[in-house]
Design a protein around this ligand. Sequence first.
Ligand code: 5AD
Length: 351
Amino acid sequence: TMHNLIEKAYQTNDLSKEEIIALIETIKPEEREILYKRALKTKQKYYGNKVYLRGLIEFSNICRQDCLYCGLRASNTKVERYRLTPGEILACCDKGYELGYRTFVLQSGEDLWYTVEILSELIRQIKKRYDQEVAVTLSIGERGAETYQSLFASGADRFLMRHETATEELYESLHPTMSFTNRRACLNALKEIGYQVGAGFMVGLPGQTPADLAEDLHYLKELHPDMIGIGPFIPHSETPLGKEKGGTVDDTLVMVALARLLVPDSLIPATTALGTLHPLGREMALQAGANVVMPIITPTSVRKQYALYENKICGDDHPEDCRYCIERRIQAVGQEVDLGKGDSWKFIVGS
Ligand code: 5AD
């Protein structure tokens, strides 16, 4: 029965692909609530009621890739493109530091203007500026292993790169300019180099089945990343998938909860995409196993141009708005902001 499946996931942190598929296909609303409670309890076992904050700096929306779902894809000529200079990025960090953030996530499209030299210098400056008291997370997509190595040597601590979907055929159909094999090679290289690695996937991609989602969870279990980002696919009208259906809040929350149960020690963000789909999407994720929020500290002047999907929240807000908005939301669900670096459990205990 469903209760047995949820109980097994909770007790053993393991479900077979068949069990995951059965759970996804047959779970009822009341049973979802039980699943979320088990995921919340598992989160609390590892991380208590703490929610870690990361200041997100979206420093360039220029991208050489052409992913079918993404508003920043190279073929989308309707976006106004921007690049923040290293000086502007440092100014964002100063603002973020003042607001209490101790992790900066530097995210961009795949923009090779930011060479390994420029990025290395920037990372060194950030680490020095705050006396090594901050963690630097990169989310800049695919580069060579040597580049990843140099950036790590310059002081980058973490790297986010979602695997997007763990099914080769679906992956290849969505990423005409990239390969499934290289994506995995990048993730393996990052882990090998010593980064705290974040992987993850989208829910509700066109053609995605429960079997694909079971594959995602099994892949994550095997990779055992430090962080797992899961968000609903949201169609963007200026992409080839603009007319497709998007992912749902419920399906995404079920996957967040399952990720918590199957990879219990991971850091799991309540994603902006969930917050975009539902006004309380992120709060619901925090009550279903998520324990990280990544408020945006990108300058308001360029925020709306970083549109991976449409109607993204916080477009008119300023960094301080997001900082305190998020704190209120976290407290409203009975959890606490933790402004520390927020390393993963795995990183701390070294397993
Ligand atoms: N809907 C939801 N998520 C998206 N991403 C990119 N485009 C979309 C979209 N249309 C996600 C990808 C990427 C992350 C930065 O944003 O998973 O890795």
